[in-house]
Every structure is written in C-alpha cells, then in structure tokens.
Design a protein around this ligand. Structure first.
Ligand SMILES: Cc1ncc(COP(=O)(O)O)c(C=O)c1O
Length: 368
C-alpha cells in the first residue's frame, strides 16, 4: 500500500527517513545484536541515546544550561497535575489563560491543589482567538501563569513574540502541538512541556523543560513519579523510561538538524500553512474559523457549514489518500494538522483536492 498524507492531530505523521532508519535498526542496533526495545535502560548504549537526544534538543531549541530537560511518561495530561504539585508552593495561587479544552483541563486539574483563577479566556467566541493580557491581568503573588501555546483543537496559537508578559511570575506553557515548529525563546519561560506524539515521535514520551531554580519546592504529597526534582536528579532514569520512544525522538531530532534546524522548519511551516490559509481566504465554499492574526501553523480548522457536504468531503479526500481530516468531535467541520513531518506536497495535494471539490459544488467557480 502507498503511504497516505496523514493529517491526524496526534499521534501524527513521522518523517519517512526516521521510520526507515528505525526499521533498519529494529533487529540490531549499533551492532549490539538487539533492538533498542530489548535494551536495558541502564546500558551504555541506551545512555548514549538519551544523552544525545537531550543534547540535540538543547541545541535545536537553544535551551540555556540553567534548564533541565526531562523525558517523562504519562502524556501531557499527567503534567496538568504535576505542575501545581511541583510549583504551587508559595502563595498557593496560579493564573490560567483559557484558550481551549486543553487549557481548561489543566485549569480544572490545578483547582484541586490551590487557588486557581482564569486570568483571561476566549470561551466567549468558541476559542477562535487569543485573548490579550498585560501584567495587570495576573495576580502579583501568583506562583505561576499557565498557557497553552498552540491550541490543537481550535487552531489558534500564541505567536512566539506575543506570549504574555508576566513580569517576575514564571510563565509555563504546554507546547505539545507546536514544539520544534518555530523558534521560541526558552529563557522567557519557567517551564515548557510537550507530549511527543505530534512533532517529536511516538506517544509515550513527554518532554519537560524546566528552569532549575524552580525545582525542589514541591508539595509533600507529590507522588514520587510526578516529582520533577527526583526525575531531574536521576537524569530521567529514576525508573524505566519510555526507552523506544526516546530513541525515535532522538532520530527525529537528528533528522531536524539535517534539515537545517527549527529556522528551516519555520520557513517550511509558514509556506505550508500560508498555502492553505490563502486558499481558505479566497474560497467560496470553505472557510477558516480562526481570527487571522492568531492562526496556528500546525492545526488548520475549516468548515463548509453543511454537515452532509463536510462528510462527503472527508470521505472523498480519504479515497485520494488525504486522511484524518475530520474536525475534533466537539468542533465539527474539518481540521488539517500539518506538523513538521507533513511535506509541502501533502498540503498542495489537499488544496488541489479542495479546489476540485469546490468546483464540483459551487456553480460558476473556476479556482484555477
Ligand atoms: C495542546 C495539548 N495538550 C495536551 C494534550 C493531551 O496530551 P496527552 O494525550 O499526551 O495527555 C493534547 C492532546 O492532543 C494537546 O493537543
């Protein structure tokens, strides 16, 4: 079977070169006579894999030395609890910006541990924009401010230069669906984290990047496995980490370096997203759902406004090898997730198909 263009929001497409390399090394990694899957996490070979993945991530994202990089389990959702447990340790207050369901879930989880408020929200317009804040939006004694960098479901994003100004309050961001897609100034954040399964590798690894001076003040009740300090002191090897996931993540990072790093990725991502948004802005059938200035580079939701036609579109697209275009169940319509591994040709194929579909359904349209 031919490979398809997979527009899934996650787990998502991985670079073919990476999958091929993993396949080539499946039975015998680096002359060890075994698969990485079969290897002790305490072995020298695995430690080399882990160290190289960390070093490559540090280099690619320009992560300062005063930040720890952790490879954890439990997915992004586990961090929703780990964050208040580790960092709600001063006033017991935290301020959340609610830009979609993932932020809302993190907010609800944090409420179990302290005094948590919504500092801003875009719920009034179904999360189709990013609310504007200034320093007065946040409580002066908040232990941290929390945002979701890229909203996978609604297709909005904080641009790297427009993250909130929180003054001395540490800013934390869930960048699960935008990590490695464009440069971001890590030093502006107390903590960044991301599940791997969109832009970095298979599900099972969660990357946490945290400023070292924030560690070690967790609540007494913090479960050992959610204690970032313990994970940092043990170099993510307190227990068995998701070894194979870390290995594939390492391959993705190597591949990214070969392509020219995150700057090169940003250029390609802007080209891909631009192509799709430009078509949406001119189409008589399809419509983007997000305020243009807050559009995501990674997740592009769009609608026709007629459920039957949308269903027909998704089905026909699938027959063309353009799969997983159905929108999130809570939003409807369509969504094209165009993460790093989606080639420009994939987006071109999608836009060509959309034009064809439009010509079929809108009389007198000639999109050529
Ligand atoms: C922005 C964001 N945060 C958190 C999650 C939840 O991730 P996980 O399934 O790894 O817990 C997702 C999943 O799609 C997401 O898009």
């Amino acid at each position: 079977m031919n490979r398809v263009y997979n527009f899934s929001a996650g787990p998502s497409a991985l670079p073919e070169d990476v999958l091929q390399k993993a396949a080539d090394e499946m039975l015998n990694y680096n002359d060890t006579g075994m698969s990485v899957m079969e290897m002790s996490h305490r072995s020298a070979d695995f430690k080399d894999i882990l160290t190289k993945a960390k070093d490559d991530l540090r280099e690619l994202m320009n992560i300062p030395e005063d930040y720890e990089i952790l490879f954890l389990q439990g997915g992004a959702s586990t961090q929703f609890a780990a964050i208040p447990l580790n960092f709600m340790n001063g006033s017991g207050k935290a301020d959340y910006i609610i830009t979609g369901q993932w932020a809302k879930k993190a907010f609800e989880e944090a409420k179990k541990y302290g005094d948590v408020v919504e500092a801003a929200s875009s719920a009034d317009k179904n999360y189709t924009y990013i609310p504007i804040t200034d320093r007065n939006s946040f409580r002066e004694d908040a232990d941290y401010v929390y945002v979701t960098g890229n909203n996978t479901i609604y297709g909005t994003r904080f641009r790297p230069e427009s993250y909130p100004d929180t003054g001395d309050i540490p800013l934390f961001a869930d960048i699960s669906s935008s990590i490695l897609s464009e440069p971001i100034d890590v030093s502006k954040f107390g903590l960044l984290y991301a599940g791997a399964q969109k832009n970095m590798g298979p599900a099972g690894v969660t990357v946490v990047i945290v400023r070292k001076d924030l560690l070690g003040k967790q609540r007494d009740i913090t479960p050992t496995m959610l204690n970032y300090k313990i994970m940092a002191d043990n170099d993510s090897l307190y227990n068995t980490p998701p070894t194979y996931g870390i290995y594939v993540l390492g391959l993705v990072l190597e591949h990214l370096k070969e392509l020219g790093g995150i700057e090169a990725m940003k250029e390609l991502n802007e080209k891909k997203a631009g192509l799709l948004y430009d078509y949406l802005d001119h189409s008589k059938l399809f419509k983007g759902t997000v305020v243009p200035k807050d559009r995501s580079l990674m997740n592009v939701p769009f609608v026709i406004g007629d459920k039957d036609l949308e269903e027909e579109f998704v089905k026909k697209a699938e027959k063309r090898g353009l799969v997983n275009l159905k929108g999130h169940r809570t939003v409807g319509g369509m969504r094209a997730s165009i993460y790093n591994a989606m080639p420009l040709e994939g987006v071109k194929a999608l836009v060509d198909f959309m034009k064809e579909f439009e010509e079929e359904h809108v009389q007198g349209t000639d999109t050529k």
